[in-house]
Design a protein around this ligand. Sequence first.
Ligand SMILES: Nc1ncnc2c1ncn2[C@@H]1O[C@H](COP(=O)(O)OP(=O)(O)O)[C@@H](O)[C@H]1O
Ligand SMILES: [Mg+2]
Length: 246
Amino acid sequence: MAGEAICFRHVTKKYGDLTVLEDFCLSVNQGEFLTVIGRSGCGKTTALKMVNALLKPDLGEVIVAGQNVSKADQIALRRKIGYVIQSIGLFPHMSVSKNIAYVPSLSRQWNKETEKREVARLLETVGLKPEIGERYPSELSGGQKQRVGIARALAGNPEILLMDEPFGAVDAITRRALQDELLRLQKELKITVMFVTHDIREAVRLGTRVLVMETGRIAQLDTPEKIIRQPADDFVKQLFSDGDGF
Ligand SMILES: Nc1ncnc2c1ncn2[C@@H]1O[C@H](COP(=O)(O)OP(=O)(O)O)[C@@H](O)[C@H]1O
Ligand SMILES: [Mg+2]
């Protein structure tokens, strides 16, 4: 049986008076592709950022690979966890290669040769030609930027990939291609993915399990088939009748 990659144990998170997560419990298996769906403001990004300790719980704990992330060495933790967001945050003054090599270079993990080899391998992994490495982010299409963002997150072979609405800004055709690529990648690398989206079709297409969130609580956590066939309540049912989700 696969081990547990990520675990939320009775996590409560507040911003001032606003409680975003309350007694939130979740276990994600190694190699699982978990999609998280819910309305804007329901706490998806907050939950995701707690996995790589960008945010800390007020109560409870978040465990990654058996370790409480609040107590873990933060640099080692970031190396274990790739993070992809919609606005990518590629550094505009750095070439694609330098962007991809950024995190490993911080801890001097790669020498020149390793960097060259790894960047070429990562570009290929995300379906880009090696020449792209010499370009700058402003010279890329939206879909290409997103692929570079994924390559950068995969640098250093993380065990976990956190993705926060990564394909929200690209057109439908590119989005579909990126989804296919990501599914292939995830199977190949056997990486654990936690993927936030507000598109129900994307959630059921990608997830081995789908977590439906409603203002800080779990409305349903199940396989896509189960969620479609047996929605836990009206809230989940509503999701599908709205077509596009939220
Ligand atoms: N740094 C912050 N300070 C205060 N409130 C915040 C902060 N970050 C998020 N929030 C609030 O917490 C709630 C959940 O936010 P978030 O996790 O970003 O939601 P989602 O990603 O599901 O759209 C929202 O009401 C948001 O306005
Ligand atoms: Mg968000």
